[in-house]
Design a protein around this ligand. Structure first.
Ligand code: S3P
Length: 450
């Protein structure tokens, strides 16, 4: 498998001759793609997947499921077949599982391994090896699984799964769908009911897919949070999955269209799960012309087509409770706010510090390199702007972070001077054709090697 860290690909984006136009689709949802492969591996029978994201993060999960004994086969573009082993049926991998850049793969697989009486070692690239894993290993250890890791709970990490895992009852200290999902995955192998309480609702793709495969899941709304209960040791039955376009990927071309004069761009088949659409709500509050048409349900998830038309944006204050529904979208929202009029404040961004990079610092540096002064005040991001295009002209250090790279390139399309990124290779983790797709929508010649 190609490793994004092995080749550096600097790119530059400049203001295009014309607006972004046309009809495009974006790759499949990353969160749903990981889960489709994992639940397929745990189900009895053959799961057919359409629209799987074939980015590096998801290919790591595919390789890991193969190493754990599932049959995982690519039938064609986005079309995959998984023959599962049943809950509790995974086998010991013969080698270290390398999760590359993917926090979702590493954390969810910890949950999956915790309930199987096998030994496994997980590692990842330099970015993933810096990220905190105790947020999953601490709760999972209470099931009887044993973990040992580097200082600070970092990868590489060894797991000895529990023979008779105990069901967990856990209240999440941070709003994290990855931690919730790890606990629920461990709960599949436990006898009895696993209970997770989340103070703020986070993406519910795990709960939806568990039900889709036949598990019993009860969800109770509690204020802005939820309590999720899963009955252990269900028989999961293979079921077809259609993966919607990733709203977190659609965010980049849509914001580009809002910012570049003369644009009118449609992204078709975007997932519209309400626990993922905080960015679209926020952009509308800023005055964005975003129209959703053709709303439908595909594979149990709401989907629609979104058309963005160039708009004059004004500043916004984003409340902290909205963060879980747009946690991956703050870098691109910051680029939009850099082109808006007024003082923007995004509240409660502590979690951004432990993403693929320290995204709070990387976003401020991205803006600073291009003439936009933004600052962190505690866990808030603040900037004052007058609606003029950013100066641009900078080179952005991407820190192995796909979303910092894509945000910087969108900024280049909207700035006075071109914006360069030191390395675009990590974009392949979630959106392999990003540069080609955006450049084509902009009429060509806007995104070029730096
Ligand atoms: C994800 C959850 C989020 C998000 C990540 C994908 C998931 O992470 O940032 O890109 O698929 O569950 P956290 O759980 O750390 O918030």
């Amino acid at each position: 498998m190609q490793d994004a860290s092995q080749s550096t690909r600097p790119l530059r984006a400049a203001r295009p001759q014309q607006g972004l136009t046309g009809d495009i689709t974006v790759p499949g949802d990353k969160s749903i793609s990981h889960r489709a492969l994992m639940f397929g591996a745990l189900a009895v029978g053959e799961t057919r997947i359409e629209g799987l994201l074939e980015g590096e993060d998801v290919l790591r999960t595919a390789a890991a499921m193969r190493a754990l004994g599932a049959e995982v086969e690519r039938l064609g573009p986005g079309r995959w077949r998984v023959a599962g082993r049943g809950v509790g049926g995974l086998i010991e991998p013969a080698d270290v599982l390398d999760m590359g850049n993917s926090g979702t793969a590493a954390r969810l697989i910890c949950g999956l391994l915790a309930g199987h009486p096998i030994f496994a070692v997980l590692t990842g690239d330099a970015s993933l090896r810096k990220r905190p894993m105790r947020r999953v290993t601490d709760p999972l250890a209470a099931s009887g699984a044993r973990f040992s890791s580097r200082e600070g709970g970092r990868l590489p990490l060894a797991v000895e799964g529990a023979k008779n895992p105990l069901p967990l009852d856990y209240r999440l200290p941070v709003a994290s769908a990855q931690v919730k999902s790890a606990v629920l995955l461990a709960g599949l192998c436990a006898r009895g009911t696993t209970r997770v309480e989340e103070p703020e609702a986070t993406r519910d793709h795990t709960e939806n897919m568990l039900r889709h495969f036949g598990a019993t899941v009860r969800v109770t709304v509690q204020g802005s949070g939820r309590v999720i209960e899963l009955d252990g040791q269900p028989e999961l039955t293979a079921a077809p999955i259609t993966v919607p376009g990733d709203p977190s990927s659609a965010a980049f071309p849509l914001v580009a269209a809002l910012l570049v004069p003369g644009s009118r761009l449609t992204v078709r088949g975007v997932g519209l799960n309400p626990l993922r659409t905080g960015l679209f709500t926020t952009l509308r509050e800023m005055g964005a012309d975003l129209a959703v048409t053709n709303e439908r349900t595909e594979g149990g998830e709401p989907v629609g087509d979104i058309t963005a038309t160039h708009s004059a944006l004004h500043a916004v204050e984003v409340p902290p409770e909205r963060a879980p529904s747009m946690i991956d979208e703050y870098p691109i929202l910051a680029v939009a706010a850099a082109c808006a009029t007024g003082t923007s404040r995004f509240r409660g961004l502590a979690e951004l510090r432990v993403k693929e990079s320290d995204r709070l610092a990387a976003t401020i540096a991205l803006l600073a390199a291009n003439g936009v002064a933004a600052r962190a005040e505690g866990d808030d991001l603040v900037m004052e702007r007058n609606g003029a295009p950013p100066a641009g002209g900078g080179t952005v250090v991407t820190h192995m972070d796909h979303r910092i790279a894509m945000s910087a390139l969108v900024m280049g399309l909207a700035s006075e001077q071109p914006v360069a990124v030191d390395d675009s290779a990590f974009i392949d983790t979630s959106f392999p054709d990003f540069a080609t797709l955006l450049d084509r929508a902009a009429g060509g010649g806007a995104i070029t090697p730096a």
